[in-house]
Ligand binder design. Sequence first.
Ligand SMILES: [Zn+2]
Length: 369
Amino acid sequence: MSAREMRSEEEERWAAVVARDRSRESAFVYGVLSTGVYCRPGCSSRLPKRENVRFYDSTAAAAADGLRACKRCLPDGRDARAVEGTIRRLCRYMEARLQSHPEDALQLADLAARAQLSPAHLQRTFRAVVGVSPKQYVDGLRMERFKRSLQGGESNVTDAIFDAGYGSISRVYERAETQMGMTPMEFREGGAGVAVTYAAFETAMGLALVGATDRGLCFLQFGESEAELVERLREQYPRAVIAAMEPRSSAGFAGWIAALNGYLEGRAPDLRLPVHVRATAFQRMVWEYLQRMPAGTTQSYREVAEALGRPTAARAVARACASNVVALAIPCHRVVRGTGEVSGYRWGVERKRRLLEMERGNVAGRTDA
Ligand SMILES: [Zn+2]
């Protein structure tokens, strides 16, 4: 935010305090430095001098500055719920608006006016409550609508795009590539027509099953038996055409398995394999980050969230890790609890520990050499 925008936000907040505007109660609190107390904009206490007033986005920020909650307007307690309520109502509005006016761009300024927050404050608050920006939320709603209309099977792809309110066809294809990992044509009827081939093989870490489309790995998991793993693959891609790999039918496939074995046996620490999976924008962001982490290093969910610029999204990072269906190629084993404790691995804590030891041993071995 520029200095000028900051000043105008302050001016506008001060005007709300002077007017004792209760409609702005969930938008901010103000602290009075001379009394050490912070209040909601609608508070009926005596109007402080302007030069003693500081504005805060949240009660937590005011408390962190050493201010106490006012006993008259009770700004703490109700604050979080009120803000959440405002944002939730705004989300419902956005959904309804896209139903009735799919072409509406839903600009930040209009949304902010509706929520009676400044655009900058809406941006921050929305992200804190929902986990994504208002624009990303709108994109997500459009994508959901688009997928639903394709899965309905009635409309053709072009109609579906215009129903969803996308401006141009090329734009939706670009987005679909990143948001679904499959093109709209492939996604139609729940991925029907997508061919997935698989092969099971023994590794240093146990039995594994690899599934792949013609564009990359869509499945890599460990298990007790091939039958169990194939079952899991079918659950993951219920409408795909799934078939066992013909032995040596694909040079690329054989190369991937050789790379995996080299990695699992500790001969090739840097595993780089093409991945072809469906992903939300957030999952994609987390997974790509994990792929950039050097082998042998670990981070906590919180550290990953912070590195992505989403410090409050540690739980969403944990969910993205837990929903990974391509072990190793998306190295979710490099994320650990804040305590550094090895925990929570879909394919067993013991296997996660061994993977990390193997990676660390390798990195150490390379530095010694
Ligand atoms: Zn007060």
